[in-house]
Design a binder for this molecule. Structure first.
Ligand code: DQQ
Length: 554
């Protein structure tokens, strides 16, 4: 067991023990960030006692673990207090809307809970309302296909009393759906007869998320100060609809327009619709959910990252899963077709010291070590220049349908790549995890880039994932190739081109896990040199020792 303790992270959120999955009801309240999460109080695997764990932080980094917020204790949720969300009402009230799984038949119903004491900034006690359950699966919807309500949003700008919440579902023939309910008192909900959005072939939608993004740079925020006025379409506002597909387990986002008059959503581009277009992340990151931080005026995303080693190992180490570093969601003005995901700005204050490399040229085939040892907690920003005139002379085209997963990984050489970093690497490179950009000749002879993480050599252990994760990254004229890479023991998070494409992996090396781990720069191109500028921050340890419950509020 001791051998596995190094896998625990130091600046990613995780409870002290047991199984965790979806982030639930995140909010910012009276100066505290609150994170609730699906938690199994009994063991390190998912089960039917799923409850809501609860932790608070002033800075998204130092977390105080609080008593469980909700456990399965009523017939309507005795099989599990499943995912849900918080709504911050204008009258100062807070409300949790969550899915219960019923005692006998595991029917998915929706329920409400209120804080017992609204003046307690830590919101330590929650009470389920006596009107529960407030919603059952409607006719035509399966009893087990109705879950994970969103934060409620105002139906229109003028009427404070009319609210809507979205629930994920599916119709026959694998049609994924978001269905909407309205309420004016939060005890009685009525269905909105028009389906908000449906996408054939996508199957059951879980953990739907819906929010506006500002498309105008000088508009600081598109949301009201109370974080709820986001149903208002207009100039300078687009909407994001996100869902986790139960069938393939991945989170997909779509950018589009919300039509308040009809209560419907349309993706800007039908090929980039929910479940068929852009994934939130091309590695491991699921069941994400956002909240609006009124204080900083930004929308922040939490996402669950599971383990990719054997369940028996999870049981041995006594815990499973992390939450990804919270990310700010910002409209990508440059492409106009994406939402950028940036590690929350506060991450920058979590570092100790940095090492810099400015404009160093790395020859084809080079592997160059950094001087840093104990490289298990890093935040690296890197930008790369590649001589693209080579594209004109090289005869190769590696891009014929190439994506990271079928590329052969970081060992497959092309004339312009791959290049990037080897992280959680053993000194002699017996174990290493390449995080890299792969630049190939795409259509019309132009460069086409992918961001990938290759796990084929990341661990000598058996029973761990050995995938090559990743996807294409649009790199626009005038942009350098750029990447941000966070390493925290058993997790690697990568963001290319300011978060246009993100890839995350869990990696479990067996050697040098306690201090000797290194990182290296590598350029595995056969022809192109790469000029790189890197800044590598060594990150502080925050999560250990396990925080205690603060003894005073405020
Ligand atoms: N798991 C939860 C559900 C959700 C699914 C139960 C996704 O509410 O739909 O733990 O992880």
């Amino acid at each position: 067991n001791i051998m596995l303790t190094w896998q625990r992270t130091t600046y990613h959120f995780q409870p002290a023990q047991n199984w965790m999955n979806d982030p639930n009801g995140p909010l910012y309240y009276k100066g505290w960030y609150h994170l609730f999460y699906q938690w199994n109080p009994d063991t390190a695997v998912w089960g039917n006692k799923i409850s809501w764990g609860h932790a608070v932080s002033k800075d998204l980094l130092h977390w105080h673990h609080l008593p469980i917020a909700m456990v399965p204790d009523n017939w309507y949720d005795l099989n599990g207090v499943w995912s849900g969300s918080a709504t911050d009402l204008p009258d100062g009230k807070l409300m949790m809307l969550y899915t219960g799984s019923t005692v006998d038949q595991s029917v998915q119903d929706q329920n409400l809970a209120d804080p017992v004491n609204i003046t307690d900034p830590l919101l330590r006690d929650w009470v389920k309302t006596d009107v529960n359950p407030v919603l059952y699966p409607p006719p035509g919807i399966g009893a087990k296909d109705f879950r994970d309500p969103t934060t409620a949003f105002k139906e229109n700008e003028v009427d404070d009393k009319r609210w809507r919440a979205i629930i994920g579902s599916k119709e026959k023939e694998k049609v994924g759906l978001s269905v909407v309910y309205k309420t004016d008192n939060f005890s009685h909900f009525r269905p909105v007869p028009v389906i908000m959005h449906r996408v054939p072939g996508t199957g059951m939608w879980e953990c739907v998320d819906f929010y506006p993004v500002s498309t105008v740079a000088d508009v600081a925020t598109d949301e009201g100060s109370d974080s709820t006025e986001y149903s208002v379409p207009g100039i300078g506002v687009k909407h994001v609809l996100k869902s986790r597909l139960d069938d393939d387990k991945d989170d997909y986002k779509a950018l589009g327009t919300y039509f308040a008059a009809t209560g419907t959503f349309a993706a800007d581009d039908a090929d980039l619709d929910v479940g068929i277009g852009l994934r939130l992340d091309y590695g491991k990151c699921y069941a994400a959910r956002t909240f609006y931080n009124q204080n900083k005026q930004r929308r922040i995303l939490w996402g669950w990252i599971g383990e990719t080693e054997l369940e028996a190992v999870d049981l041995m180490k006594g815990w499973a899963s992390l939450q990804a570093i919270p990310r700010t969601m910002v409209f990508d003005e440059k492409t106009g077709t994406n939402v950028l995901q940036r590690p929350e700005e506060e991450v920058e204050s979590w570092s100790l010291f940095s090492t810099n490399t400015q404009g160093v040229v790395f020859e084809p085939g080079s592997v160059v070590p950094s001087h840093v040892t104990g490289a298990l907690q890093l935040d690296i920003t890197a930008s790369f220049d590649v001589d693209e005139t080579l594209l004109e002379i090289t005869s190769e085209s590696h891009d014929a349908g190439c994506d990271c997963s079928n590329s052969g990984g970081a060992g497959t050489r092309g004339s312009l790549g791959p290049f990037g970093l080897l992280v959680v690497a053993e000194e002699k490179l017996s174990e290493l995890t390449p995080v890299y950009l792969y630049v190939a000749k795409g259509g019309e002879g132009r460069a086409k880039a992918h961001l990938c993480i290759c796990q084929t050599r990341s661990s000598m252990a058996s029973g761990v994932d050995k995938e090559v994760y990743g996807s294409a990254v649009p790199v626009l004229d005038g942009e350098n190739y750029s990447a941000r890479i966070l390493v925290d023991h058993s997790i690697v998070e990568s963001f290319a081109q300011a978060g246009r494409t993100c890839v995350r992996s869990r990696d479990y090396p067996t050697k040098d896990t306690y201090g000797a781990a290194r990182w290296f720069f590598f350029n595995n191109a056969t022809e192109a040199s790469v000029r790189a500028s890197l800044k590598a921050w060594q990150m502080k340890s925050f999560i250990r020792p396990y925080p205690v419950i603060p003894d005073q509020t405020g």
